[in-house]
Design a protein. Structure first.
Length: 81
């Protein structure tokens, strides 16, 4: 294996790293919910969510477009997408 190749573990950023990068580069605060929504949109959710809402009618806030683009850029920076 070439030294420049990344393993799958090395290419993943934590939620805290993603939040810090978004805050430093776009001055926006990204919540775990918004990060998870964007990761799911691009198909990079690793496991099932066991913390499901109790009622089927519950609503979750959707990620605003400006935060979505900042999170997407961050995921691209960390080579996750």
């Amino acid at each position: 294996m070439d030294e420049l190749d990344l393993t799958s573990a090395e290419s993943k950023a934590t939620y805290e790293e993603i939040k810090d990068y978004v805050l430093k580069h776009s001055r926006l605060k990204a919540s775990n919910l918004y990060i998870a929504q964007i990761k799911q949109k691009y198909g990079i959710i690793e496991r099932a969510n066991y913390n499901l809402p109790k009622s089927e009618n519950s609503r979750q806030p959707k990620c605003p477009p400006e935060k979505e683009s900042a999170i997407r850029e961050t995921l691209e920076y960390f080579k996750m997408i």
